[in-house]
Design a binder for this molecule. Structure first.
Ligand SMILES: Nc1ncnc2c1ncn2[C@@H]1O[C@H](COP(=O)(O)OP(=O)(O)OP(=O)(O)O)[C@@H](O)[C@H]1O
Length: 237
């Protein structure tokens, strides 16, 4: 479903990602690991089209999207929960979710449904409807993270890019997010690419793992292959 091939990307003069290739299939949670600054967020941005590829390709459902803008990638089914959440602080919770809905493909939605938030996106976060009228900026970090998730789910994506969804979040909401990821995985239709620092968390949801080092894939494998030696070599600070 998502196939990144020999991707090279960077900022200005500096090349950050070198020759990165990876795949994510529906029903699978693929985790992207690596120490701080190795290029995980840069890779997520490149997949979403927020950063141009200098070399290589990003293909999705068999279509080469490398030259397409982020909006068109979202309309093709990519949902993005960015690091730091990037909630619109002045907009209400409801308006924030509507912005996610804008990314949804128009076809398949009948008249009168254009502004309908899919019940599925909200059912996973029952606390949100109670806060529809509040400003996004007034929510706690954990509530904002749930909002960012619901905003991404509003477009009913078939690929979810999650960049550190548990960063700075209290344990009870981390548990909620784990359950949401598991339920999305269980439906078998959605592919998930997850960046997360907590090894316990990624081990509890992940099917396959890529480790980046200096912007390149240094290791890849399954949960059982992700042993103490690999962790010590590539992840321990
Ligand atoms: N907008 C930018 N302009 C220039 N350099 C950047 C920019 N964003 C990131 N970098 C650099 O790119 C490299 C990779 O950063 P990136 O945020 O992708 O790493 P990361 O693996 O996600 O790190 P972390 O775990 O700390 O979030 C770092 O050296 C960083 O300083």
């Amino acid at each position: 479903m998502l196939a990144v091939r020999q991707l090279e990307a960077g900022y200005g003069e500096s090349i950050i990602l070198r020759d990165v290739s990876l795949k994510v299939e529906p029903g699978e949670v693929v985790c992207l690991l690596g120490r701080n600054g190795v290029g995980k967020t840069t890779l997520m941005k490149s997949i979403m089209g927020l950063l141009k590829a200098r070399h290589g390709t990003v293909a999705y459902k068999g279509v080469d999207l490398t030259k397409r803008a982020p909006g068109r990638r979202a309309k093709s089914g990519m949902g993005y929960v960015p690091q730091g959440r990037e909630i619109f602080g002045q907009l209400t919770v409801y308006e924030n979710i509507l912005i996610g809905l804008e990314a949804a493909p128009r076809e398949g939605r009948g008249r009168g449904q254009a502004n309908m938030i899919p019940p599925d996106a909200i059912a996973k976060f029952p606390v949100l409807p109670e806060m529809y009228a509040r400003r996004g900026g007034d929510l706690s970090g954990g509530q904002q993270q749930q909002l960012a998730f619901a905003r991404a789910l509003a477009s009913q994506p078939s690929l979810l890019l999650l960049d550190e969804p548990c960063e700075g979040i209290q344990p009870s909401i981390v548990d909620d997010i784990r359950e949401v990821i598991r339920s999305i995985k269980a439906d078998g239709r959605t592919a998930i690419l997850l960046v997360e620092q907590s090894l316990d968390f990624v081990k509890s949801v992940g099917d396959y793992f890529y480790i980046l080092e200096k912007g390149a894939v240094a290791w890849e494998g399954t949960l059982t292959q992700l042993n103490d030696d690999v962790i010590k070599k590539y992840l321990t600070v």
